[in-house]
Design a protein around this ligand. Structure first.
Ligand SMILES: Nc1ncnc2c1ncn2[C@@H]1O[C@H](COP(=O)(O)OP(=O)(O)OP(=O)(O)O)[C@@H](O)[C@H]1O
Length: 297
C-alpha cells in the first residue's frame, strides 16, 4: 500500500515558484529520502501535504485518504518535525510535551520519559533555557510521543551533535522496524544514504529523479585509482566506458562504467603497487544529476 501518494502538486507563492507538478509515492514501511539544495521545495511539498499551506493545484492522499478533506483524521497518525521549531519559551519542556500529548487519545507519559532519556533531554528545564539543539530534541520527542504510523521529518538533524544524530537515527530505524513509514528531507546526502531505501531528488521545485539508493549507486561510474612502479602512459586506458582520465606521475585515476574484464586485462599488464576501485558516494551521483539537468536545458 502507498502511505503517501502525491499527484501533480503545484504551489505558487503569488507569482513565485514554490513547487511545480510534484508527483511521488511513499510505500508502507519505507524510509524515503527527499533531497535537494536550499530553496528546492522540500518544505513546501511537506507543508502542502500536511495542509499547513494550500496547494495551487494537484491532489494527494495519505493512508488512502484525501489530504484536505480528511486532514484531521490523517494528522492523528502523523508525527511531524518542522525544519524550524518555535515554542512558548516560558513553558517547561514537560508541560509542553504533556500539552502536545493531550491531542491524542492515548497515554503518552511513559513514551515521553523513554524518548527524553534516549535523547538526553532534561524535561524539567524551561524551553527558554535550552540550546538550539536541545530545542530540536523537544521537537523530535513531540513528533514521536504518540507512536505515529507516518513520521515526517523536515531537515531533522540540524543542530544535533554527531553522537545525538547517531542516537536519533537508531531511534528512527527502531520505529521503522516496528512498522512506521518515514519521510525524511535533507540536503545532507550522506545521512540520506545511511538511512533511506529510496530517494526523490528535487531541484527548483521539480522532481528530477526517484530511485532506490542501491540502484543510484549501481548504475553509476566506478572510480579507479591505480599506482604503479613506473610511469603510466594514459593511452593504454583509451577504452570504451572510461572517462576523466588523470595521470599524476605514477598514479592514474579514471571513472569507468561497463564490462570490467578489458580493464582488468590492461591492469594486469602493469607493474602495480596499489589499486582502489570505489563506488561514488551519493554526493557525487547527485552532482552528476544536477549537472546533467543543467546541460539538458
Ligand atoms: N512563504 C513564502 N513566500 C514566498 N516564497 C516562498 C515562501 N516559502 C518558500 N518560498 C519559496 O519557495 C521555494 C521553495 O522553498 P522551500 O522552503 O520549500 O525549499 P526547501 O527545499 O525546503 O529549502 P530549505 O532547505 O532552504 O528549507 C523557494 O524559492 C522559496 O523562496
Amino acid at each position: 500500500m502507498n502511505v503517501i501518494e502525491i499527484k501533480n502538486l503545484t504551489k505558487k507563492y503569488g507569482k513565485a515558484r514554490g513547487i511545480s507538478d510534484v508527483s511521488l509515492t511513499v510505500e508502507e514501511g519505507e524510509i524515503f529520502g527527499f533531497i535537494g539544495p536550499n530553496g528546492a521545495g522540500k518544505s513546501t511539498t511537506i507543508r502542502t501535504l500536511l495542509t499547513l499551506i494550500y496547494p495551487t493545484s494537484g491532489s494527494a492522499t495519505v493512508f488512502g485518504k484525501d489530504f484536505i478533506k480528511e486532514a484531521p483524521e490523517i494528522k492523528k497518525e502523523i508525527g511531524y518535525l518542522p525544519s524550524e521549531v518555535f515554542y512558548y519559551d516560558n513553558m517547561k519542556v514537560i508541560d509542553l510535551l504533556k500539552y502536545s500529548a493531550s491531542f491524542y487519545k492515548k497515554d503518552c507519559s511513559n513514551r515521553i520519559n523513554e524518548l527524553a532519556e534516549r535523547m538526553d533531554l532534561d524535561l524539567n528545564k524551561k524551553i527558554d533555557d535550552l540550546s538550539f539543539g536541545n530545542k530540536k530534541k523537544v521537537g523530535i520527542v513531540q513528533g514521536l510521543l504518540h507512536t505515529p504510523k507516518l513520521i515526517i521529518l523536515d531537515e531533522p538533524t540540524s543542530g544535533l551533535d554527531p553522537l545525538m544524530q547517531q542516537t536519533f537515527f537508531e531511534l528512527l530505524k527502531e520505529e521503522n522496524q516496528k512498522g512506521a513509514t518515514i519521510l525524511f528531507s535533507s540536503h545532507i546526502l550522506s545521512e540520506v544514504q545511511r538511512l533511506c531505501d529510496r530517494v526523490a531528488i528535487i531541484k527548483e521545485g521539480k522532481i528530477i529523479k526517484v530511485e532506490k539508493i542501491s540502484t543510484l549507486k549501481e548504475s553509476n561510474y566506478k572510480k579507479f585509482r591505480i599506482e604503479t612502479k613506473s610511469e603510466i602512459n594514459k593511452q593504454i586506458f583509451a577504452l570504451d566506458g572510461i572517462k576523466d582520465i588523470e595521470v599524476d606521475d605514477h598514479v592514474i585515476r579514471f571513472l569507468f562504467k561497463g564490462d570490467l574484464n578489458p580493464i582488468m586485462d590492461k591492469i594486469a599488464e602493469l607493474d602495480i603497487t596499489n589499486l582502489w576501485v570505489e563506488e561514488p558516494d551519493l554526493e557525487e551521483i547527485f552532482m552528476h544529476y544536477y549537472e546533467k539537468e543543467d546541460k539538458d536545458r
